[in-house]
Design a protein around this ligand. Sequence first.
Ligand code: VGL
Ligand code: ZN
Length: 197
Amino acid sequence: MEALVVIDVQNDFCPGGALAVAGGDEIVPIVNGLIQSFDHVVLTQDWHPAGHSSFASSHPDKQPFETIAMPYGPQTLWPDHCVKGTAGALFHPDLAWTKAELVIRKGFRKEIDSYSAFYENDHATPTGLGGYLRERGISKVTMVGLATDFCVAFSALDARRLGFDVTVRLDACRAIDFGGSLAAMTARMREAGVTLA
Ligand code: VGL
Ligand code: ZN
């Protein structure tokens, strides 16, 4: 069985949002078409408490897009975004999300970020999505959403690591792309056996 996994199509990642991804809203009609065509749909939602450790504002003298050392490894710092319960954390208003069978929230622990839909940024703490998909007999996932070079890429790499057959539909993704992140993560996905379509 196969599922569509829609990553973080939320207001804060769309133009006008706190961590806007260029063209982030352009994918919504494409994603909606894919939602129609899949039998099983899962959504992820970046969902941070105020004062999250991935926010530059939580660290004195730090600016967004700087990197700091965290106990679990290097962490890029971001503008405050997707604070749980705020308008920025809601799905894009045109996203046709009602068909989703599961919404998985991530990044809700203050002291650790979670790009991947499967593991937090220590690459060890599971979100539960891997077990959910496996228990439902889903072995193949197609991923779309925001941002290609962060949450989509880390989700795709972890899905491969867990043995899923993984396709990323690049036409239904948009990237943050700073410091060569898009090229680097695209290469890593290809090396890991992710089908880039
Ligand atoms: C994301 C940075 C911080 C993403 C989430 O959805 O790609 N990127 N939080
Ligand atoms: Zn985030």
